[in-house]
Design a protein around this ligand. Structure first.
Ligand code: GRF
Length: 217
């Protein structure tokens, strides 16, 4: 007798995105795979008209457009985001090119369940214009980092990184494109590890059960 298919309980995930949403797309694509252990239950976009909205709708995922301009304070905006996340009963929130600073209170409420992708090898180059700054600094390696979000900007515990070389003659766009390929690879891999319960934090350090910290190509 053939065994019935196992009922897979997927981790419910929200993605917060702004702008072009290519990392959102990589997560949508991964979650569309049959055996992927996470499902995107909600996408939140803070700028009406952003491409991220179309990407979510095309994938049949609910989208909440929460325009930050309609709120008197960061706290009020974050409270609206929090309400949507609670209503969708998500277990993990992925920031994917979300161009709003979240308040310390929000980061505290979602501590351990809120992750971000940043386009540098943190702790190098937190903040903006990371590719330009890496070139200007003469870095020979660059890359991306996925980390837990804490109240301090781009400073939470690092979950995984992917490296690329900085090549002679690179300009900002060429380097950004090389890093972006790795971002699209790394974010779904990390989400899978989290959904499989393989990521733990001990004394502020992330421990991954199974694969090494720098996920190989
Ligand atoms: C990515 O480089 C991401 O690392 C950074 O913002 C960019 C967003 O790109 N946080 P996209 O919107 O995912 O295409």
């Amino acid at each position: 007798m053939t065994a019935p298919p196992a009922v897979v309980k997927r981790l419910r995930v929200a993605v917060l995105a702004s702008g072009r949403g290519s990392n959102l797309q990589s997560l949508l694509d991964a979650c569309a795979e049959r055996d992927f252990p996470a499902a995107i239950a909600l996408v939140i976009v803070n700028v009406p008209g952003d491409k991220a909205i179309d990407r979510a709708r095309s994938a049949g995922v609910p989208v909440a457009v929460i325009d930050h301009k309609g709120f008197a304070s960061r706290e009020a905006f974050d409270a609206a985001v929090d309400r949507e996340l609670q209503a969708a009963a998500v277990g993990v929130v992925c920031l994917a090119g979300f161009m709003r600073l979240l308040t310390p209170g929000f980061a505290r409420n979602w501590a351990g369940r809120l992750i971000n992708i940043h386009p540098s090898l943190l702790p190098a180059f937190p903040g903006l214009h990371t590719h330009r700054r890496a070139i200007e600094a003469g870095a020979t390696e660059h890359g991306c980092t996925i980390h837990y979000v804490t109240a301090e900007l781009d400073a939470g515990p690092i979950i995984a990184q992917a490296k690329v070389p900085v090549l002679p003659g690179d300009d900002e766009d060429a380097l950004a494109a090389r890093v972006l390929v790795e971002e699209h690879r790394l974010y779904p891999q990390v989400l899978r590890l989290i959904a499989e319960g393989k990521v733990r934090t001990v004394d502020g350090q992330v421990i991954i059960d199974g694969p090494p910290r720098n996920v190989p190509s």
